[in-house]
Write a protein that binds this ligand. Structure first.
Ligand code: ATP
Ligand code: MG
Length: 340
């Protein structure tokens, strides 16, 4: 058992080291498996009981501590030429329980780095990261692994276990945790698959699923340990427009039903407009603007902020105004309609 423990510890340590030099799929695989393998090896912890509790939805938000608090976080990377690149610069941000929070900005603005600071896949050079009231930067490795079960994550490329069925993919975090009976796991897997609308795919393999279905399996797996927070890094970038729309509905549904806080990195403004309640705009590693998507728009400071606002206002106009009939000259006559 001691050598098994050591082997798992090495694998878990890779989740930090590898994550900083490669963006997946191996890094994600290790990140997902690491905490569960470690927990399996060393036994369950008191913290686990907390993670299995049902998150409350935004209760008493006015006075409540934010579920995520970033305090003056800073992250730099050493470049091959010896220079240091500041990817995230002295950034502070609060995200409240039950929110759907968008992180947007141009490519290279630091969105993914910021997201990965929330679960310490990237360890900040300075500053503090609080999730569920705990400062992650002060935790031991083992405590951090346990705490990460409170922070689900999904990725652009899904990162499913290809040789495992949908059931086994979703059950994996629960089986490794080792605290649940077979009946409990079975019930939880079915519950999570029903939540993402995939109950009928329980016995299929990832290769037999569409991109949208794979991403929904990934969501079900991330939700299985009942995390308070779900981090999403460009979850719809590999999907077509129609599938994106369905997936966003799934995410919104999950947020409303179980109150899980969603933080989503995206470059698609329509994703923000459709899904997010609050949004932060990043430029060169700095937070340049933050607002509630539906708030009055007079004070938008950035071009991206104004673009989001334009989308919101258009949606509001369309909801208010009945759809205009096509002008007579553009109506197609019966012959035209029959011409195929
Ligand atoms: N491990 C690393 N080593 C060196 N530089 C890095 C590393 N990770 C990120 N960077 C740099 O930090 C900056 C921010 O990267 P990040 O991936 O956070 O951007 P992003 O906003 O997510 O971009 P995109 O929209 O293209 O995904 C980029 O210039 C990137 O090259
Ligand atoms: Mg990115």
């Amino acid at each position: 058992m001691a050598s098994l423990n050591r082997a798992f510890a090495v694998l878990c340590d890779l989740s930090n080291k590898h994550a900083t030099i490669c963006s997946f799929p191996f890094g994600a695989f290790v990140f997902i498996l690491g905490p569960f393998l470690r927990t399996f090896a060393v036994g369950s912890t008191p913290a686990a009981a907390f993670f299995m509790s049902n998150p409350s939805s935004d209760a008493g938000r006015g006075n409540a501590e934010p579920v995520i608090r970033l305090q003056s976080v800073q992250k730099s990377f050493a470049l091959p030429n010896g220079e240091v690149f500041d990817a995230v610069q002295s950034l502070s941000l609060d995200i409240h329980q039950g929110d759907v929070f968008g992180l947007i900005g141009k490519s290279g603005a630091g969105k993914s780095t910021l997201l990965r600071l929330i679960n310490l896949l990237e360890r900040p050079d300075a500053g503090k990261v609080f999730v569920g009231g705990r400062d992650l930067t002060t935790l031991s490795r083992r405590e951090l692994r346990d705490t990460r079960q409170n922070i689900g994550m999904i990725f652009q490329q899904f990162n499913l276990l290809q040789n495992a069925t949908v059931f086994d993919n979703v059950a994996f975090p629960l089986k490794i945790h080792g605290r649940h009976s077979r009946a409990e796991i079975d019930a939880r897997v079915r519950e999570c698959l029903a939540l993402v609308g995939l109950a009928e795919k329980i016995d299929t393999y990832p290769a037999q699923l569409s991109g949208g279905q794979k991403q929904r399996v990934a969501i079900a797996r991330a939700l299985a340990p009942r995390p308070q927070v779900l981090l999403c890094d460009e979850p719809t970038s590999a999907l077509d427009t129609e599938t994106t729309r369905a997936l966003l509905e799934t995410l919104r549904d999950i947020n409303q039903k179980i109150g899980v806080t969603i933080v989503i990195v995206t470059h698609e403004l329509s994703v923000v407009e459709v899904l997010c309640r609050n949004v932060a705009i990043l430029e060169k590693g700095r937070l340049v603007e933050q607002f509630a998507v539906d708030a009055p728009s007079e004070e938008r400071q950035t071009a991206l902020g104004r673009e989001i606002d334009e989308l919101v206002r258009r949606r509001e106009r369309e909801a208010r105004e009945p759809v205009e009939p096509r002008p007579t000259s553009l109506r197609r006559n019966p012959e035209e309609v029959a011409y195929v």
